[in-house]
Every structure is written in C-alpha cells, then in structure tokens.
Design a protein around this ligand. Structure first.
Ligand code: SF4
Length: 296
C-alpha cells in the first residue's frame, strides 16, 4: 500500500525524482512528519475547517461515524470500521482517505511519463515512506520493473529491517539513503522502538558488499542535537568505509497539522533547528574525512 506519490522532487537522491511513499513503518518516531505513513492500513484525515456542512458524510455514516453537533460535524473514529466508505464522499475535501493499493501497471505507466526528465537530470525514482522494506515483495517487484525500463532507483530507509529483504534488492536499487537517528541503542529504542543491533548489522553487511551509502541524520531537539550525541553518531558513521555523504537533516514541525487531522497529539515543539547550528557538526564530520551536506 502507498500513501503518496510526489513528482519533480529535487531531494532524496540525485536529479529530478519521483518519490513513492510506502505506507507502514516498524518505528514510531514522535517527531515523524508523515504520521499517515506509520500504519499499514488506511487512515482518515478530517479537516473540520474545510467543511461546508453538506452532510454527505452523515448520510453515509451507518454506524454514526460522522454526526452533526452544536459545533458542526464531529467524527467518531472508534466507530470507523471501513474508512473506504468515506473515500471521495466529501465535496470540500474535508475528509480524505489515505492509502492506496499498489497497481503496478498503472504506476509504471505514470512513472514512464517522466523518463525524459529523469534521463536529462540524472534522476529517477526514490522509494520512501513509512518504511519501504516493510513491504519487501512489493518493493522488489516495483524496483525490478523500474530498473528494467532503464530508470535509476533509490530507497530511503531506517535499515531496521531483515537483512534478506535488503539483500534481495542489491542490484535493482542504485542508491541507499539511510536515516540514522542515533547510535545509542537504549536511547534509540526508547524514543523510536528501533533496534540498533539490526541497523548496525545491516550497515556492516552493506559495507562488506561495498555498497555506497548516503547517511542522513535527522537532528532532533532533546534527542540527538547535543554535541556529545552528535559526535558519537559522526564517529560511528566515519568508521564505515562505504559512506558517500553524511547529511544533517534539521528537525521541523511541518507535519503537525496532519496529527490534528488524524485526531492525534503532536508532542514535539513547533519550529525548526537553525541550519547554522549544524555547521559545527558538519565541520567535525569533515575532520573525520566525511563529505557533508546540511538539509539533504
Ligand atoms: S461531507 Fe465534507 S463538507 Fe459535507 S458535511 Fe461532511 S465534512 Fe462537511
């Protein structure tokens, strides 16, 4: 299942890229800017401010999923058993069902339309998420289909996935962009649920295979943004011999709105990390022989 396709991106790999977002992730990072990418099932956005009061959603609600109240339309999420009932029902797009099953043929037709842009810019397709390797069969089939058509591929991954799923894609995925959030196993586990042992193991195996990596470190306030933690992360990255570039990705809270549209709380502060603050980290990484980039 996918939750978004974004065309003409110039981030997340070289050149002009189409980003394909896989739905579902084994981690639960509280700063995640794509909360709709976490669940492997359909999600439902409800943006009350867009509501024009037509009551189409109430009419479609057999179990009282949407109801009228003194404050306008209210959503009773616990009653929603089948979100697809509400797909395309709202003329004001106040309700959006997130998630779409992969239709390989249709998707390939869409991707091929941009082949000229990919070839001219050195771009291609990047699989993102969620966690693309959490749907290994779908990822492999899609990557193979794209490579067969002479289009370059990249994957953005947390690497907390079974090695076999990664290994199967070697040769059909050209670029690995690895989101490395921390190297302190306890802190990583507590904050995100991720198993650093598995991440490290996969990184070492990719190093043994001489697969070059772009490592992306999200710089998160109160989690890894202090000099001690960041030095540890940089030291670990510099110990790998296959890192093409280390990128520092400043935290932002742009996903905050999505949380409220999903009926969830966003627990991180609003704002961003100043890119200038990251210069010190980048300078340290350079002394360790790493090529660096701030912002991805
Ligand atoms: S269908 Fe959309 S616009 Fe109409 S009442 Fe429901 S939320 Fe509001």
């Amino acid at each position: 299942m996918l939750f978004n396709i974004q065309k003409f991106s110039t981030h997340d790999g070289g050149g002009i890229r189409t980003l394909i977002f896989f739905k579902g992730c084994p981690l639960r990072c509280p700063w995640c800017s794509n909360p709709e990418g976490q669940s492997f099932d359909y999600d439902l956005f409800f943006n009350k401010r867009k509501c024009i009061g037509c009551l189409e959603c109430v009419k479609a609600s057999k179990e009282g999923e949407f109801q009228t109240s003194g404050k306008g339309i209210v959503i009773n999420r616990e009653r929603i058993k089948n979100p697809l009932v509400f797909k395309d029902i709202c003329p004001a797009k106040a309700i959006q069902v997130i998630g779409e099953k992969i239709d390989l043929k249709r998707l390939m037709g869409d991707i091929e339309k941009d082949k000229l842009f990919f070839n001219k810019s050195g771009g291609g397709v990047t699989f993102s998420g969620g966690e693309p390797f959490a749907q290994p069969n779908e990822l492999l089939a899609l990557a193979k289909a794209i490579k067969t058509r002479g289009i370059s591929t990249a994957v953005e991954t947390c690497m907390d996935v079974p090695w076999k799923d990664v290994e199967d894609t070697i040769g059909v995925i050209d670029e690995f962009l690895v989101d490395l959030k921390h190297v302190d196993a306890k802190r990583l586990k507590e904050a995100t649920g991720s198993d650093f042992g598995q991440v490290e193991d996969n990184l070492k195996k990719l190093e043994n295979r001489k697969i070059s990596l772009t490592i992306r470190v999200p710089v998160i306030p109160g989690f890894n943004d202090n000099p001690t933690d960041m030095r540890e992360i940089i030291d670990f990255v510099s110990s790998l011999t296959n890192v093409r570039e280390l990128q520092f990705i400043p935290y932002h809270s742009y996903g905050k709105n999505k949380y409220s549209q999903m009926g969830l709380d966003y627990t991180y502060p609003s704002g961003t990390v100043d890119k200038k603050y990251l210069d010190g980290f980048a300078n340290y990484a350079k002394t360790k022989g790493l090529k660096t980039n701030i912002g991805g």
